[in-house]
Design a protein around this ligand. Structure first.
Ligand SMILES: [Ca+2]
Length: 165
């Protein structure tokens, strides 16, 4: 086998490794809440009534006004250095087209400085997975203490299948 061909094969191998790492970046999961058996420590934040676990693996509640949110357990101490994406699967059975995520780090608690909006499908009759790119947020770094989800910004039923970081 000539040297040129070996170099070419090596180049393709390295290229393949690089491409596979790009593809897999969105699949890195630092922490996941699947709600398979219970609420896994998630709880009422504000303006949500009747938050319950639902057979089939869902968090279910009713937003009572346009500012509903749910909190993860506190004290996560999660290293988010390589966690560039959040994936949340929910059913937005409301006319709202916007969800929000707030996060708390050692730099500070839930505040506008640590918020990101994401677009959701209004009046969705099925579950949709939303991938939120956190890598451009300058405060998304180091250690995550707690996270807060606004599944929509309208009052109506809300259902979340999973939340993955
Ligand atoms: Ca689930």
């Amino acid at each position: 086998m000539c040297k040129k061909r070996i170099y070419l094969m090596a180049a393709f191998f390295v290229l393949g490794l690089a491409l596979s790492s790009v593809v897999n970046a969105a699949d890195i999961v630092a922490r996941a809440w699947e709600f398979d058996a219970d609420l896994e420590g998630w709880g009422l934040g504000n303006n949500v009534s009747d938050l319950t676990w639902e057979a089939g693996g869902y968090m279910n509640g009713t937003a009572t006004n346009g500012d509903p949110y749910l909190n993860s357990p506190a004290g996560l101490a999660l290293d988010i250095t390589d966690a560039a994406f959040i994936k949340v699967r929910l059913k937005n059975d409301t006319p709202s087209d916007r969800g929000q995520i707030y996060f708390a780090t050692p730099a500070g608690g839930f505040a506008e400085a640590r918020r990101i909006n994401f677009t959701i499908i209004p009046n969705d009759t099925d579950y949709t997975e939303y991938t939120i790119d956190m890598s451009d947020h300058d405060q998304w770094t180091g250690t995550l203490n707690r996270i807060r989800l606004y599944p929509a910004t309208r009052a109506d039923p809300l259902t979340v299948d999973y939340f993955r970081i």
